[in-house]
Design a binder for this molecule. Structure first.
Ligand SMILES: [Zn+2]
Length: 113
């Protein structure tokens, strides 16, 4: 379709479907514009080959821990220097029980040196 060609390729690049829909709806109207634009961009060989990130993927799955300490999360938080000279906290959370443990560190590295 000439109109879809123009809005998809007429600006020197391959415009993604969501931008095409916005551009077309501001200027033209037909009942199946959204469906037609989606079908057109999905059928574009160039986009399929060079813009694979335009494809929709499912949500990332989350892994559920089935027992304590199977999955843990940790991070190092920088804090202002405490009276004892600690400048960071090693934070550790068990995914299953939500048990939280912190270990004060003298310097902001994981070895506490
Ligand atoms: Zn394209």
């Amino acid at each position: 379709m000439l109109v879809l060609d123009y809005y998809h390729k007429g600006f020197g690049m391959h415009i993604p479907a969501f931008k095409m829909k916005g551009m077309i709806k501001g200027n033209l109207f037909w009942h199946s514009v959204s469906k037609d634009v989606t079908a057109y961009t999905k059928a574009c060989v160039h986009c399929g080959k060079f813009k694979p990130n335009l494809l929709k993927y499912g949500l990332l799955s989350t892994h559920k821990a089935s027992e304590p300490f199977e999955i843990v999360f940790c991070d190092i938080l920088n804090i202002s220097r405490s009276k004892s000279g600690n400048t960071a906290l090693f934070v550790y959370v068990d995914s299953f029980s939500r048990f939280l443990m912190t270990v004060p560190l003298k310097k902001d590295n994981c070895f506490g040196n």
